[in-house]
Write a protein that binds this ligand. Structure first.
Ligand code: ZN
Length: 65
């Protein structure tokens, strides 16, 4: 299993934005990957993450808007 950086429960791993977890779940913008739930600010980040989660979870990746 690859090593992942530390991401806060309410942090969008793609852009680094703080996300309302309940709202993200309600909008279908939450995704569980390797037993850990991630939330996203919008469909764009959600889809980008789905394409290649390891890129955004990699140690050394810096989220940018
Ligand atoms: Zn985002």
């Amino acid at each position: 299993m690859a090593e992942h950086r530390v991401i806060a429960p309410h942090e969008d791993p793609v852009c680094g934005m703080t996300v309302n977890i309940a709202e993200a779940r309600a909008k279908g913008l939450a995704k569980t990957y390797e037993g850990r739930e991630h939330v996203f600010c919008g469909k764009g980040c959600f889809l980008e993450f789905g394409d290649d989660p390891e890129t955004f979870l990699a140690v050394g990746f810096t989220p940018t808007m």
